[in-house]
Design a protein around this ligand. Structure first.
Ligand code: UD1
Length: 351
């Protein structure tokens, strides 16, 4: 009785390891396919060892390319491997090109897909992740929704394949927050944490320059663990970074939680970071047109600035109202509920 999990990028590794462990405890065999979308050690093996995710059974080594190249190559190889293994189900996470390829390859072979973190929307079809999400949600057998809002989004699109399990990232966060570790680098005591790597921010020279200039206007130091995509883009535009920005290499999950816990505020375009800092009660400024976690907007804990980039320097240090509500993301038992869905899907009721 085998299930296949498809993953390829940093956030998928931190989402997958608790499910992997729970499946093992239930006696369900899991075959782990790494597409090779992320290949840098710091986005890859360092994260595997930090969260104790076992080595993948196969690495397809697809690497970088245009969306069409990357997705197309993955689709061909995943189709071959899934066709040979014929698993009872495929598990895919979130909204990356690896998620899209795994979901599409499996569905074309008639293998049911359990899509974890389905139903999220930010209604901006310029974002590759939004396209991936919509396709995966529509063709998966089951979408395990992190929030009730995600379930509502699916219903609005006429989909009945959603179930509210709660957010797997909350389970992981609750388990790791007390084990967070400081990165090795010497850091300023008080700082704003920045993460930015999305195509729409870093591959648009004019926007990237404006964002950097906004960061330079702030009197407080900025700590930025930099994704290779952002590092390449900044090198290409030959921009000298404002002196208040401290660049450090990408960090592990435990180190990221430490940086989130100890910062005064956050600027990000990551979906996962928005939630983690909400649970920690830090004001977050999201440099996207919209957040797909609208719950985090209540009380001003999160603000999506879109094209209003001057809001970055003006609003980052605002004081939100009220308390964040982590319960919108479940009760920390998403892993169990998701693995129940896996058992039901493969028709195996052993517990
Ligand atoms: C991908 C996901 C995004 C997720 C992010 C987490 C898609 C469409 N996007 O974005 O949803 O939030 O991962 O990191 O799947 N690169 C390296 N080394 C690596 C990986 C990437 O140098 O190990 C560089 C390459 O130049 C590559 C670029 O980053 O072309 C973009 O990588 P890609 O995997 O396409 O997307 P991410 O920006 O990482």
């Amino acid at each position: 009785m085998e299930v296949v999990t498809v993953l390829g990028t940093r956030p998928e590794f931190t989402k997958a390891f608790l499910v992997s462990k729970n499946l093992e405890e239930r006696g369900i065999t899991e075959y782990l396919i790494h597409t090779g979308q992320h290949y840098d050690k710091r986005l890859n093996s360092d994260i595997f060892s930090d969260v104790d995710l076992r080595e993948p059974d196969i690495n397809l080594k697809i690497g970088s390319g245009t969306h069409a190249e990357q997705t197309g190559k993955m689709l061909i190889k995943l189709g071959q491997v899934l066709g040979e293994r014929k698993p009872k189900a495929v598990i895919a996470y979130g909204d990356t090109n690896s998620t899209l390829s795994g979901t599409l390859a499996a569905t074309k072979l008639g293998i049911p897909v359990i899509h974890i973190e389905g139903g999220e929307r930010n209604y901006d079809m310029r974002l590759p992740e939004e396209i991936n999400r919509i396709i995966c949600d529509h063709i998966s057998r089951v979408n395990c929704c992190a929030t009730k809002n995600a379930l509502k989004n699916l219903k609005q699109e006429g989909l009945k394949n959603g179930i509210w399990t709660g957010d797997i990232m909350l389970d992981t966060f609750l388990l790791y927050i007390d084990k967070s570790k400081s990165p090795k680098q010497k850091l300023p005591e008080s700082y704003i944490l920045v993460t930015m790597h999305r195509e729409e921010n870093v591959d648009n020279d004019i926007r990237l320059k404006r964002i950097l200039s906004e960061m330079g206007k702030m009197s407080i130091p900025i700590v930025w663990p930099m994704h290779p995509r952002a590092a390449k883009a900044i090198k290409l535009i030959k921009e000298i970074l404002p002196s208040n920005i401290f660049i450090i290499p990408p960090v592990t999950y435990s180190e990221m939680l430490w940086l989130e816990k100890n910062c005064v505020a956050v600027i990000t375009d990551s979906g996962g970071v928005q939630k983690e800092v909400y649970w920690l009660g830090k004001p977050c400024t999201t440099i996207l047109s919209q957040t797909h976690w609208p719950q985090t907007l209540i009380g001003g804990w999160n603000v999506a600035v879109g094209d209003n980039l001057s809001a970055i320097s003006k609003n980052v240090l605002r004081k939100p109202i009220g308390e964040p509500k982590a319960e919108c993301f479940g009760d920390g038992n998403a892993v169990k509920k998701i693995c129940d869905v896996v058992e039901e899907t493969i028709g195996d009721k052993r517990k």
